[in-house]
Write a protein that binds this ligand. Sequence first.
Ligand SMILES: Nc1nc2c(c(=O)[nH]1)N[C@H]1C(S)=C(S)[C@@H](COP(=O)(O)O)O[C@H]1N2
Ligand SMILES: [Mo]
Length: 218
Amino acid sequence: MTETPPPSKLTATKRGWAAEGRFLDGNAPVDPATRLPPGQHLVKNWPVLDLGQQPDIAPDRWRLQIGGLVDRPGVWDWDVFQRQPRSRIVSDIHCVTTWSRYDNRWDGVASRDLLAFSDPRPEARFVAFESYDGYTTNLPIADFASEHALLADRWEGEPLTRDHGGPVRLVVPHLYFWKSPKWLKRIDFLADDRPGFWEVNGYHARGDPWTQQRYTSD
Ligand SMILES: Nc1nc2c(c(=O)[nH]1)N[C@H]1C(S)=C(S)[C@@H](COP(=O)(O)O)O[C@H]1N2
Ligand SMILES: [Mo]
């Protein structure tokens, strides 16, 4: 495992994001009147949605590849993942199929800590994700850098179950849930956007629930 990058480079990177008005995120203090995005309804259960293949990846066989425009590309196994700084985040889920679920308690590794470790180069503006079921999706790097985004391995204190993307999924709570890949396998930092599975099948490039960025035409 490599060391934490020197603070100077990280600080410069973060300053760059701030200068571009990054770190947008929709999870500012919760106002009950606006907490539920337009066109959504609340559910108490947690629906399972995916392409129908639910890969069975035991933690000791799980690997996360990190590549593209980063100073520290590499492969994290379960031990490396568990040695990263841990974060706990409570957030709401908003699925483009109109269900929302409040107050999900996630544990895992904050995207910001992965960014600090991997040290993306200034020209990295997008992130592309690949999962063990073949699913792909993409984000602007500022959305990945949201302070509420994390690579989750636990939900409500228990290991994330296989049907919900265990051992590790991404959670980006301020965007529709298709932007939160389950069974995460690979993260690539890119200069140019690379639309994923739903993005090439008519879903919006960004997917902000509060402005109902559901489909490409929205
Ligand atoms: N690997 C993978 N991740 C995925 C999907 C998928 O098919 N495969 N579906 C996405 C969609 S459309 C949704 S709504 C959420 C559903 O997550 P859940 O089954 O835990 O509710 O996962 C997202 N992440
Ligand atoms: Mo979805």
